[in-house]
Design a binder for this molecule. Sequence first.
Ligand code: G1P
Length: 302
Amino acid sequence: MEGCKLSKGVIPVAGFGTRLLPATKAQPKEMLPLVDKPAIQYVVEEATSSGIESLLLITGRGKRAIEDYFDYSIELEEELESQDKKELLHLVRQIGNMAQIFYVRQKLQRGLGDAIYCSREFVNGSPFAVLLADDIIEDEGPELKQMINLFERTDEMMLAVHPVPPESVSQWGVIKGEKIGEGLFQVTDLVEKPAPEEAPSNLAIVGRYILKPTIFPVLANTPPGKGGEIQLTDALRTLVKEERILAWQIRGNYFGVGDKLGYLKANIALALKRKELSSQLRDFLQEILSTTEEKRNHEEGD
Ligand code: G1P
């Protein structure tokens, strides 16, 4: 069956970012830079280059910097113009024109499911994509675009997954699925952050979803689950009994930037891809690794 065109996207950004404290005490975690761009920009760029025309950012208190970032910076632009800094001016201007962005506040942080529920009026009966800003995926063609292409052919809801070590399943939503193609599964069950012995597989949900408005009445009736929060995974678990949901195994490199180690790894990996930084950064990493190694050998020898 032919699905309809998908042009709306939702990005929840209301979370506290506790795993990155104290850096996130007075600024949104989504504004922390990955090399030279805030993390949220990577996700917005993935959405727009996947054909998403309007985006809803679900914000909360303390997230004003995100709105300012995607707005025009009139004074800064005037300054750059007067100094004839054309490249920088272009860079700054195009951020303000990146997408049509709407904002709504999630007044109480009651979980991802509740955040998504705040998008029902924006979505207004259309299918929509959800992108979680903690999850950065680096791929030749945007991962979301590939999912949207499949959705436009199948008209079936979808979420992205990737295999994780069995001992770390409790940090993720996990699916049970039947393989129906290369890197494609039909979801038969989902569990939010299961204990390793209860996990139905090691296929963890990555923050890219294609949902239909049928999720909203289910979310409205989903009681708080893991962590006392209304979980999107729990709503999808109810919905999968009635509607087909596919799981798309991502092809790109995944970085979870919501915690310190993932954030550092993403910075290094993304910087190594930059022509102007890679060779010096590589030299520095080799140097620092060999110095650390020498120091460790020396200490062990003592
Ligand atoms: C959320 C979802 C979880 C998913 C994860 C991906 O959890 O609830 O199912 O696996 O995002 O990043 P969070 O990381 O917000 O706790």
